[in-house]
Design a protein around this ligand. Structure first.
Ligand code: 1CP
Length: 334
């Protein structure tokens, strides 16, 4: 059994496995080198050799316990037929919503369009660097995908409050999103993903009275689907107000906490395995601070199944040496 599965399934507390959200990406010079020559980000995700190479880059540098497939949560809207582009120094830009187009997409066309990603998973899972390590597949949670599809850009830049006025459109869209997220999950698992992480990066934006409709119900449905494939589901409901309630309702196998929550409160309230928490900005400070903050999480979760990770993705300004130091600190902790 891999160290992460040992933690999630057997609830082992003695080894603290480690991997990072956004562990492959712009902070690595070897990634920037490939990216420079591949301006179209979606096409890069769809290049199975390069995608597999990028997925393995962090494993060549660091003693981490998992690879996460190099792709993006917005590949699902792309597969559905919405235009998706990534503009330099701006982020994603999506095209208009056309339900008539989306409704015509069948499982077979969708799978064909994204087939290189599944091929990349297969290629990566066969690589010897993956020996006794997990290959993490992922999706965006239905709510976060809905936000990007309707807002057509990152809500960090701007969010229009009237976006959620058209309930009929939203209801239809949610059904389609859930259907295709499940297909994407199934395809990833078939080709070698051994864990599925569900990123709800914008969970914190939901109004309290809409939380069941937009977060709890659809997430539970996706978590149950992942479990039905015999693969663990890790949820990351970033900035959700109540992690305890979220875990009780959606029942993931493990939960990734964000850096705004107090880990001491989490340990009191949450029984399932926990992942993450450390503020990625700590990696921009110095080794002493990094060690102190890392040990804080390790001490708090000493007697709890805990997978070391961050409270959000590795920042592009991060020095890879700091990541290496963090891994060393976790691996040497007894
Ligand atoms: O070079 C570049 O400009 C591309 C930067 C980049 C990268 C490396 C983007 C654009 N996506 C990715 C890869 C990616 N995205 C991975 C690969 C695997 C790994 O972790 O190493 C994963 C898991 C994601 C997931 C993802 N994409 C999320 C969820 C996690 C999170 O960070 O909250 C989200 C929200 C996205 C959307 C996205 N993709 C890229 C950008 C710039 C954005 C927008 C982020 C925002 O709205 O602020």
């Amino acid at each position: 059994m891999t160290p992460i599965k040992d933690c999630i399934i057997n609830k082992k507390i003695h080894c603290k496995p480690i991997w990072f959200m956004r562990q492959a990406g712009r902070y690595l010079p070897e990634f920037r080198e490939i990216r420079k020559k591949n301006q179209n980000f979606i096409q890069l995700c769809l290049n199975k050799e390069l995608s597999s190479e990028i997925t393995l880059q962090p494993l060549k540098r660091f003693k981490i316990d998992a690879a996460i497939i190099f792709s993006d949560i917005l590949i699902v809207p792309y597969g559905l037929g919405q235009k998706v582009e990534f503009k330099k120094d701006f982020g994603p830009i999506l095209g208009d919503i056309d339900l008539n187009i989306f409704k015509k997409i069948e499982e077979e066309n969708f799978t064909k369009k994204l087939n290189s990603i599944y091929e990349s998973l297969k290629l990566t899972s066969e690589n010897r660097l993956l020996n006794n390590k997990d290959l993490i597949g992922f999706v965006g949670a239905p709510w976060t995908i809905l936000v990007y599809m309707l807002n057509k850009q990152s809500p960090k830049k701007k969010i229009t409050s009237s976006l959620f006025n058209n309930e009929k459109l939203i209801d239809e869209l949610l059904i389609l999103i859930k259907k295709f997220l499940k297909i994407h999950i199934k395809n990833q698992v078939k080709r070698g993903a051994s864990i599925i992480q569900i990123f709800d990066s914008w969970a914190g934006l939901v109004e309290e009275k809409k939380i069941s409709k937009y977060i709890y119900d659809p997430t539970l449905e996706i978590v149950e689907y992942v479990k039905s494939l015999n693969v663990p589901a890790i949820c990351f409901p970033r900035e959700i107000k109540d992690y305890k309630e979220f875990c009780e309702v959606t029942k993931p196998d493990a939960v990734n906490i964000d850096y705004n929550v107090d880990p001491k409160e989490i340990i009191k309230n949450i029984k399932i395995p926990v992942q993450g928490g450390l503020d990625p900005k700590i990696l921009l400070t110095d080794k002493e601070t990094l060690k102190k903050e890392t040990l804080k999480y390790l001490e708090i979760f000493k007697n709890h199944p805990y997978i070391f990770n961050l409270g959000h993705g590795v920042l592009p300004e991060t020095n890879p040496e700091m990541v290496e130091y963090l891994v060393k600190t976790v691996k040497e902790y007894k």
